[in-house]
Design a protein around this ligand. Structure first.
Ligand SMILES: C[S@@+](CC[C@H](N)C(=O)[O-])C[C@H]1O[C@@H](n2cnc3c(N)ncnc32)[C@H](O)[C@@H]1O
Length: 300
């Protein structure tokens, strides 16, 4: 029931019946998606770049200053792209830890970062008791905070493990209107998914507050006392042929993985037509709005 081979997990079955899935069902669904599509996030995210040529992993890694930071946690590290980037950039200067709940993703992460000094833990971000209080300088989280429900225990754990002047930084969804064509693309994908799962979108993964800039700023301010909270927007782009863009963009959305094969194929051809229509105004591209959240604790 949880192998996703027919699109079905207990989480999607609940959506089909218009019911709210439980936290356990959300985790089972995430594990099933990551078992079947291991490493899917980086396929698109590594190649989407901002106007200065950086991808979102590179932008997030800029938070680390090796002259001040000794210990960095990549929370929900997935297949380890950001962990590997930090290892490559800061090498022996910093101690790195990766945490993720998916053993399939962690297997790829270990292949990517073979240095055993980089510790990788299979665990929930809500339960990181194996990391000591006030022991981490920077907690990074790339494209995963949006999926976490409940999110308060995650933020409590981040606050607990951070040193008094530590930093928490995360890449999350930006405002749809910030990237041209993004809302249309999002609606096209969700329209297809809602034909098979009417509740999808109304009910989604994670805590909805993480998806909007104002609510996320308020949540972060509530969760960290005496901290400076900043949210910086950016747009990243991927150029390519319409059918390649359709595959990459759809492959970035968890929603597209629950579609039946026939609906998935039809959705891809509609997406390709959407990208092809842009060609009249310039090169075909997928534009994605992102936000970088930074929470800087201030030592009392
Ligand atoms: C979209 S992927 C991003 C992976 C990686 N950070 C990247 O950007 O390449 C989301 C990751 O979050 C992990 N994840 C989701 N909820 C989690 C939780 N509560 N605790 C730990 N990991 C979680 C998933 O297993 C998955 O690897």
């Amino acid at each position: 029931m949880n192998d996703l081979s027919n699109g079905l997990t207990r989480w999607t079955q609940r959506l089909r019946c218009g019911e709210q899935p439980s936290e356990v069902e959300l985790r089972e669904h995430l594990l099933a998606v990551h078992r079947h599509h291991t490493g899917f996030t980086e396929s698109c995210a590594e190649r989407c770049r901002d106007a200065s040529g950086r991808n979102s992993y590179e932008w997030l890694a800029e938070t680390v200053d090796p002259s001040r930071h000794q210990k960095v946690l990549d929370m929900a590290c997935g297949s380890g792209v950001l962990t590997a980037l930090c290892h490559q950039r800061f090498g022996g200067q910093i101690e790195l830890i990766g945490v993720d709940m998916s053993p399939d993703e962690l297997c790829l992460a270990r292949q990517r970062v073979s240095d055993e000094a980089v510790l990788l833990h299979c665990a929930l971000a809500q339960e990181m008791g194996f990391i000591a209080d006030a022991s981490i300088d920077v907690v990074l989280c790339h494209w995963a905070l949006t999926l976490m429900n409940p999110v308060e225990p995650v933020l409590n754990e981040v606050r607990r493990v951070l040193r008094p002047d530590g930093v928490f930084a995360a890449i999350v969804d930006g405002e749809m209107a910030a990237a041209p064509g993004y809302r249309e693309l999002h609606e096209l994908i969700y329209d297809w998914v809602q034909r098979e799962y009417p509740g999808y979108g109304e009910i989604d993964m994670g805590d909805p507050r993480v998806r909007t800039t104002a609510a996320l700023a308020a949540l972060a301010a509530e969760s960290f006392d005496n901290a400076q909270v900043h949210i910086e927007p950016a747009v990243v782009r991927l150029h390519g042929a319409p059918d390649a863009l359709a595959r990459e963009a759809a492959g970035f959305f968890y929603a597209s993985f629950v579609l039946s094969p026939s609906a998935h194929a039809e959705m891809l051809s509609e997406l390709a037509a959407l990208f092809a229509a842009q060609g009249l105004e310039g090169p075909n591209h997928f534009s994605m709005p992102i936000n970088r959240l930074s929470v800087r604790q201030r030592s009392q």
